[in-house]
Design a protein around this ligand. Structure first.
Ligand code: FES
Ligand SMILES: [Fe+2]
Length: 378
């Protein structure tokens, strides 16, 4: 990730201005986690104009299959058209705004709105609008569904709500390759579990917590015992990072060989992924904002299709019953602290060697948020 460009308006808190150099900078002032006006600007600057993970090709295996979801509260659906091409649209009827589809399933001829039965073809064009023959100057061609850009990478699906967005590959070019070098057949994996956590913290607090390993020995002592601190492989591009660590043995209930890969990814703006040792798995986590002090953490666990590997159950328990519960308690406590009159800014704990505990990725993430906000204003 690149912090060489400058951000003109660096926020100032009680310990001074946010700095380009992470070794010198105080952290983001706490209002960035509690101010509703900043949150609303972030929706437009970050969530509505970046590539966001939405699912996997196995969610819509056949033509006409679809699923609905939201990106920062914006209802959308993703589907395969008749020819198998993947498309995405805002899930909003162009008559008076009713949502068109619910849940997931398979479409028949087209998409019919449940309110007044306007119907749309699978390419989004308006097919029929009852009783509009006498409506003055009614041009059906002007009422197609609003299309959304979709990209695929190693079977993962991403959407970008900005019609003018840059192509996915521009800044995420090697992302898919980092997945397939570790899980070569990931495109054939399926979601074996989908988890949803409502968290009382600003979305950035949860991303922040994934951006540093400084807390691991303190907050996750079991994980610290499994994880070797040496980094074995590393890829960093402007919009994502990939880290391959090696595991030690010794976690009760999880039989792993020493040296098994433990892989983590962090991708701008809200995606984090883990592949834990012991079985073939990918845990895909995303943080969806839901108000300035609330977010939803959604976790999709992918594994090869077929009978579930018992070791995957151990991985799930390691994640759900240990790390994630510990992290949710942490981030909710931090949100209360950020809202306190007794705190405004801290420091990024980094060393010149960029050791394992370094909070450089945290500083980089905050820099990206500031850049995005500035671009919105510019
Ligand atoms: S809102 Fe969809 S048909 Fe009226
Ligand atoms: Fe953690």
């Amino acid at each position: 990730m690149n912090t060489s460009s400058s951000v003109a308006s660096r926020p100032v808190g009680e310990r001074g201005a946010f700095q380009t150099n992470h070794l010198e900078s105080p952290t983001l002032p706490s209002r960035y986690y509690t101010d509703d006006a900043i949150y609303r600007r972030e929706l437009h600057a970050v969530h509505y104009r970046n590539w966001c993970y939405i699912g996997h090709v196995s969610d819509i295996p056949r033509p006409r299959d679809y699923f609905t979801d939201t990106i920062a509260g914006q209802p959308i659906f993703v589907m395969r058209d008749r020819s198998g091409e993947i498309r995405a649209f805002f899930n909003v009827c162009q008559h008076r705004g009713h949502e068109l589809l619910k849940g997931r399933g398979s479409l028949k001829v087209g998409i019919t709105c449940p309110y007044h039965a306007w119907s749309y073809n699978l390419d989004g064009t308006l097919r029929n609008a009852p009783h509009t023959e006498t409506v003055a100057n009614f041009d059906r061609a002007q009422f197609s569904l609003r299309a959304i850009n979709v990209a695929q990478s190693a079977g993962m699906l991403f959407v970008n709500l900005d019609p003018e967005c840059e192509p996915f590959e521009t800044k995420m070019g090697r992302f898919g390759e980092t997945i397939t070098r570790h899980l070569p057949d990931f495109e054939d994996y399926v979601a074996v579990e989908r988890l949803h956590y409502d968290i009382g913290a600003n979305w950035k607090v949860v991303v922040d917590n994934f951006a540093e390993a400084y807390h691991i020995p303190v907050a996750h002592p079991e994980l610290a015992r499994v994880l070797d601190e040496g980094l074995d492989d590393f890829v960093q591009e402007e919009r994502f990072s990939y880290f391959l660590y090696r595991s030690r043995t010794g976690f009760e209930g999880l039989e792993i060989e020493a040296g098994s890969p433990y892989v983590a990814w962090m991708a701008w703006p809200t995606l984090n992924m883990l592949s834990l040792p012991g079985s073939k798995n990918l845990l895909v986590l995303r943080m969806l904002p839901n108000g300035v002090g609330q977010c939803s953490e959604r976790v999709d666990i992918y594994a090869p299709e077929g009978p579930v590997d018992p070791k995957l159950l151990a991985v799930k328990s390691l994640f759900m019953d240990h790390f994630n519960q510990q992290d949710i308690g942490i981030v909710e406590s931090v949100q209360r602290g950020l809202s306190s009159l007794g705190y405004d800014q801290g420091r990024y704990v980094c060393d010149p060697e960029d050791s394992w505990f370094s909070e450089v990725p945290l500083h980089t993430f905050h820099w990206q948020v500031l850049e995005a906000l500035e671009r919105l204003d510019g």
